[in-house]
Design a protein around this ligand. Sequence first.
Ligand SMILES: [Zn+2]
Length: 299
Amino acid sequence: MRVRLLAVVCALLVALPVQAQDLGPNVRKMRDGIYVYAAKPQDSNVSFIQTKEGVVMIDTGQTPVDALAAMGILKKLSAQPVRFVIHTEPHDDHTNGDFVFSPPAVVVAHAGATESMRKANAVERNRKLTGEYPGMSEAMKGYRQVLPHIEFQQRMTLNLGERTLELIYLKNVHSEADTAIWLPRERVLWATAAVGVKRYPNIRPFLAVPDILAAIKLMRALDPEVVIAGHGAPGTTAIFDEMERYYALLLERVGRMAREGKTLERIKAELRMPEFDDWAGKERFASNVDAAWRAVKGN
Ligand SMILES: [Zn+2]
């Protein structure tokens, strides 16, 4: 009797698909065959999309250590090769792990990504992170920068197996080449670092708040059920609500202070956003005030 019960339990275990909890505490299953991994809450998200014709990955890890961890997770999920890696952005903390997956993966990014990656000193950044991420020197042994094999303009559709992935360029939201990825059938959207979860954005001088808001509007119009930001826990369109609330308050306050005749320096010193005190990355807030100033001054 006990033997038969054991046989039944074993048969059940074999028949069951891999459960997200078997993949470790930092992996979330979003849909059948769609998983998101981040080693730490504010690290970049790595995503796996399984198809009948192989795996598509979206970004490859905060660091090479993360990329190796992602490879370990992938091996538990699937024996299939990674066919494509899609970059949501060219920055190191999203692209650093490409060398772990490519070859065989073909790396896809928006035009401008290659130039941005060439300019960045990824090796120097990884050296600095050695103390923060145990295992870095080991993980760096196989490191080499992989530049995108394919750069697309504006929009691209990738059909693989039973899935369709729509790649959508978002202008001036975070980097020189930001790509949202939309799975219309599964209603899952990768929203890039145009949005974050409880973190101040880094709004570089060439970016624009009106463009960020337009990108959020465009993404909301897709009507996604799952929204995955560049960094932070996967969620819903509530992520968009929170970002819009933040920008509305920021523009309102900077606008009011500018109308009162205050200088940009004075606004930076005086402006408070207590509603967002629990957000990470306060050192990036000054760049947000700069961007709001440009927006309210119309330049
Ligand atoms: Zn970035």
